[in-house]
Design a binder for this molecule. Sequence first.
Ligand code: HEM
Length: 184
Amino acid sequence: MKTRKIISLVAVICVVLMAAVSGVFGAEYDHEVKVKKMSFGWKIAGDTLAVKMSAETEGWVGIGFNPSKKMKDANFVLGYVKKGEAKIIDEYGDSPTKHSSDKKLGGTTDATLVGGTEEGGITTIEFTMPLNSTDKYDPAIDINGDTVVLLAYGPGRDSFKTKHKYRTALKVNLSTGASEAVKK
Ligand code: HEM
């Protein structure tokens, strides 16, 4: 009986240790920025950026990197969860107020979906993307310099066509995690 108890205890300890190592307890992302009802978490792994974006919406959540003017030239990734299934799209800001699919513009889809949830009115999308893809519709990211990060989410409908309910722009150093609002 005593031996069985010890074996059970050892098993529980092993599971807890494995869970901790695999990041189940929330250590998967190295940095996080919170704005209003939205958050952006990320981790740099070699030449890949792993992103977790979350917002108080049942519609889309989106992120954009390095626009030249408003939304123009930014590399966007938008995602939503519909009937339990997450979907993302890789877009490019082809005007200050519009974005189109990289693929449609003649480029490639470079963001890879990791997963997504919609729980309690909060949509969370996780994906990875190369820091320097070969697609001209993905401007290169310098992790040690300033990266302008656009964050936005749509109203509660699973459609990428709806305009944002909330949007903001931040200046972020992706290596250190330092961030500040972009002043106008
Ligand atoms: C889904 C379709 C989208 C539509 C139809 C759309 C449309 C627009 C329009 C018309 C404006 C200019 C007017 C205004 O300031 O409200 C704008 C600005 C802006 N959008 Fe979008 N947008 C979309 C997606 C996104 C996404 C995914 C992001 C970021 C992740 C974003 C970030 C921004 C920001 C930061 C501005 C303000 C830029 C500035 O004033 O400097 N938008 N958008």
